[in-house]
Design a protein around this ligand. Sequence first.
Ligand code: GLY
Length: 323
Amino acid sequence: MCKKIGNHNRILKMSVVLVVHGGAWAIPDELAPASVDGVKAAARHGSSVLKSGRSALDAVEAAVRALEDNTVFNAGHGATLNIDGEVELDAIIMDGRTLASGAVSCVKNIANPVSLARAVMEKTSHVMLAGIGANQFAESIGVNTVPTDKLVTEYEKKKWEEHKKYIAGVMEAFNTKWSHDTVGAVAVDCAGNVACATSTGGIRNKMVGRVGDSPLIGCGGYADNSSGAVSCTGHGESILKVTLARLILSHVEQGRSVADASQLSLQHMGDRVQGAGGAIVVSPSGQWAATFTTERMAWAAAEDDVLWFGLNPKERLKEKLSQ
Ligand code: GLY
């Protein structure tokens, strides 16, 4: 909580809020405890950045880096493999103050694509760099590369081999045990500024060069101080078709709560293109929601001194943030 002086010298209490997700999919029981622990740790980390007085943008980057570094999630370390057994990563970051945004897609050998996306935003006149161009830019600004082997887990190698025997990756229905999706964060800081960040390895066994929703502005994420910030997760091809992040914020702009806006938009994606997924949203006044239409989504929200978290539909558990 922070305090601002409003009209007539009234003290307004503003909540600083940070929400993270670790991907909406049918998370198997074997990954459930580590997924919940991972989102809780990332929310605590991002919240400590916010509480130290830094911006929502700094906080979402820090939270997503923590999720990218955690091998239980499909982003950075732990990312899924494409059809050639390679890691191709996508990420976006967006600043609600100015609508500045940076993204990378199909980038290789980068442990924290969210920070490379931020560098695209801050050090170039572009919004997105793809493939070899993104890697060349990373080299030009001195970002360390990591061998693919360092990003790939034994779990992913095993799942990739099993999956190859069944069906071609991106054609399958999303809500199955084969998907393994995306991380993200949204935040509002003391000044009422919002930001979002999303990062992913995409879909297991995807075609080489396939780009999903995550790095595309208005699809995998959007942030605007006039309405809020969103990070999406789920079947990329479906999210792209309904521009899910902007769809949610357009409902907020029409006066709906962030929870209703998320529910309506995900419902629309299910009805219109039979896609499942999830979203986290925060408004400039500190309203927040974590919503999904898949079997599960690991999420956590740091608000005042409470850490909310969940995995299953309608689950909303809480514990003290400062433990
Ligand atoms: N939602 C991540 C992807 O489909 O690539």
